[in-house]
Design a protein around this ligand. Structure first.
Ligand code: 5AD
Ligand code: SF4
Length: 463
């Protein structure tokens, strides 16, 4: 029973999140599991009772950056007379384990991405027995089962994690080692959480997973599934159609996908489900079949282009997005030209490009054919110039159109609001604050590389 007097003392929680949307989601869940212990989020680390660094291992020197950040936080802990619990979570925690505590004695807790549900217990123990230092065993357990199913929504958009882990073992990537094997969350749990978010006013749900389109699950029951395809096993397309039926959910997105798991039913869902937003982030990494093979991607450039063609058939206005790596070991001028040609053929709305950097322990780190840094930099610049040209043109193509925008917050200037277009572009426009959380029609009058500017077409909800 909860009463005024049994409420825990308010405590200050600071979480710093690095890296991908999975980490953003995990940080939200950590806030949720810690709320019952009285932890309230604060904006800065100084004076916090609990500081969590939710780390990412994908970028170069990620580990060193975490140690340097920990050095700063240690000083704050000393200034607070030691009254601060420091936790390191996420993929660096998974990779480094107890080594973190050895190198930085101020750290109290280390926990991997599968162990957030244990956080309250670990924090309680660490603050009861000051000096007791804890680490998780990093076992891959069904973390989805152990997390609370209800969450506090924070605005009209929300992430919903449906899948974890990766079995693809691309030769450059640490994720299969840090996030473990692919795991799909059960349908009932996802629907429960989606309904709960909808009840709190969420209108746009982004389904998350390292390989989100590898998601699969048993249909809830045959009876419930009737009319929605009665096959016993659902893929992501079926899940999206089901979530689209929840009252209040107008927009559904999913990220990030792998070409090998892009099945025809998911592509069809882009054509037959109104709530499915016209956006697909499908990383290809390279346009050269030689490099794709060396990367162990399990698909060719032709297969990828075929998927993109089918996507455009299913949803003609779709915005296509990707990730690229240049300078992978053995990449020749011709391989790089294949990448540029693929980009020209697809014509992206947005894409992220990276210079290859070796991750210790991954197969590519031991490959021959090192590409000199100046060559890789030159390729990166050429690729980025082409991608930015396409991104600018995509954004500019919306000028003159009146588009539905989900209003997500106040703009920087007085009287301004911002929101998101169906194609995931940021849109800025003058509007009353009362439009927050609505989908309004906005006439686009300007476009830059990263945003659209518009004018409110009318102040009422768009159809
Ligand atoms: N070097 C450069 N980029 C990488 N990525 C993943 N691992 C590496 C690496 N070792 C990029 C990929 C991936 C994105 C999240 O980060 O493009 O899709
Ligand atoms: Fe890494 Fe490849 Fe898995 Fe993506 S699909 S997380 S790049 S191993």
């Amino acid at each position: 029973m909860t009463s005024e007097t049994s409420r825990p003392e308010p405590k200050r929680l600071f979480i710093k999140t690095y890296g991908c949307q999975m980490n953003v989601y995990d940080s939200e869940r950590m806030r949720d599991v810690l709320r019952p212990l009285g932890y309230q989020p604060v904006e800065t680390a100084d004076n916090a009772d609990l500081v969590v660094l939710n780390t990412c291992h994908i970028r170069e020197k990620a580990t060193e950056k975490v140690y340097s950040e920990l050095g700063q936080i240690k000083k704050m802990k000393e200034a607070a007379g030691g009254r601060m619990t420091i936790a390191v979570a996420g993929c660096v925690a998974q990779a480094e384990g107890a080594e973190i505590m050895r190198r930085q004695p101020a750290v109290d807790l280390v926990l991997g991405p599968q162990a957030y549900h244990k956080l309250p217990e670990m924090v309680a123990r660490a603050s009861r027995a000051v000096g007791e230092r804890l680490e998780t065993e990093f076992e891959t357990l069904e973390k989805f089962d152990a997390l609370p199913k209800t969450r506090e929504a924070d605005g009209p958009t929300a992430f919903l994690s449906v899948q974890e882990g990766c079995d693809k073992f691309c030769t450059f990537c640490v994720v299969p080692y840090t996030r473990g094997a692919e795991l799909s969350r059960p349908v009932d749990d996802i629907i429960f959480e989606a309904r709960n978010l909808a009840a709190q006013g969420v209108r746009e749900i982004s389904l998350l997973g390292q390989n989100v389109n590898a998601w699969h699950g048993a249909a809830p029951t045959l009876r419930q599934a009737q009319g929605e395809g009665s096959q016993a096993e659902w893929g992501l397309g079926q899940l999206v159609r089901h979530i689209a039926k929840i009252g209040g959910i107008d927009r559904i997105r999913y990220t990030t996908s792998h070409p090998r798991d892009m099945d025809d039913d998911l592509i069809a869902a882009h054509g037959d489900t109104e709530a499915m937003m016209p956006f697909l982030h499908l990383p290809v990494q390279s346009g050269s079949n030689t490099i794709l093979k060396a990367m162990n991607r399990g698909h060719t450039a032709e297969h990828y282009l075929d998927i993109m063609r089918k996507m455009r058939e299913a949803q003609p206005d779709i915005a296509l997005a990707s990730d690229f790596i240049v300078g992978f070991p053995g990449e020749s001028d011709k391989d790089f030209e294949d990448t540029m040609n693929l980009v020209r053929e697809v014509n992206y709305a947005i894409a992220y490009s990276f210079k290859y950097s070796p991750r210790p322990g991954t197969p590519a780190a031991d490959m021959f054919g090192h590409v000199p840094d100046d060559v890789a930099t030159e390729r990166l610049h050429a690729l980025q110039a082409l991608l930015w040209e396409q991104q600018r043109a995509f954004n500019a193509s919306k000028i003159g159109q009146t588009i539905p925008v989900l209003v997500t917050g106040k703009g920087r200037l007085d009287g301004q609001m911002h929101g998101r277009s169906p194609w995931q572009q940021a849109v800025h426009f003058d509007a009353p604050a009362s439009t927050y959380g609505q989908i309004v029609n906005v006439k686009i009058v300007g476009a830059t590389l990263n945003a659209l500017a518009g004018e409110l077409a009318h102040a009422v909800e768009a159809a």
